[in-house]
Write a protein that binds this ligand. Structure first.
Ligand SMILES: [Fe+2]
Length: 228
């Protein structure tokens, strides 16, 4: 009976081993590039190591809980780490403005998902992640940007990043304000479930956020502002 596996697909065939090796090298190169770009964000103070690592962990956890395929997990991890890389193209005067942005400044700020997409799509292997970055400010009800996509039109990875990024921003302390208590951040996420955020993602993320944050505070033995 003829085998259904072509000779070159056999795990012991030299060509199979060569392809496997090349895939591993490409994967390692991609990981190095993502780390390098994450450091660029650090240098511009657009991302801190703790925050970006935490976002990536949460995103992977939610994606796993949603039963998303293994192949999309790396894209979601990359998007969680690099979603705001396009802010590199926004002037400091806007990025660091302590007051409310003018309409014109806000319009400029809203360009950052497209800037990020334009950068990441150039890198082989990051094309899918670049699309997740492009859509990370879409709103579940279609009122977001840049595409005004609605519901499941928005890639699931973008819907996940949107929720965890909003939660992280709410509970994190900034030089000019203290982070919100977790309960208040949860309340705001729930209030926007089905309008700004995907209810399915919210349902998966909230128990995780509660458990994670409790663990973080317990480990630090201290307050929200000291660890965030
Ligand atoms: Fe963003």
């Amino acid at each position: 009976m003829p085998s259904s596996v072509a000779p070159s697909e056999s795990p012991l065939h030299p060509m199979f081993l060569q392809v496997k090796e090349m895939e591993e090298q490409l994967g390692a190169l991609r990981t190095s590039l993502v780390c390098a770009l994450n450091q660029v964000l650090d240098l511009r103070d657009l991302n801190t190591g703790v925050h970006s690592t935490r976002l990536a962990e949460w995103a992977l956890h939610v994606a796993g809980d949603l039963g998303l395929p293994e192949t999309t997990l790396a894209d979601i991890e990359t998007a969680a780490l690099l979603h705001d890389i396009g802010k590199i193209g926004i002037p400091d005067a806007i990025l660091n403005k302590p007051a409310r942005l003018s309409d014109e400044e806000y319009d400029w700020m809203k360009k950052h998902p497209e800037y990020g997409w334009a950068v990441l799509r150039q890198i082989p292997g990051l094309d899918r992640a670049s699309l997740l970055v492009l859509h990370h400010h879409e709103s579940f009800d279609g009122k977001g940007y840049p595409g005004g996509l609605q519901g499941e039109e928005i890639p699931i990875g973008s819907r996940i990043v949107s929720v965890i990024d909003a939660f992280d921003a709410m509970v994190s302390s900034r030089p000019y304000r203290r982070g919100l208590p977790i309960e208040e951040a949860e309340r705001r996420l729930l209030a926007a479930s089905g309008t700004q955020f995907d209810p399915i993602v919210i349902a998966k993320f909230l128990p995780l956020a509660r458990a994670e944050m409790t663990a973080v505070f317990a480990a630090a033995g201290t307050t929200v502002s000291a660890v965030l």
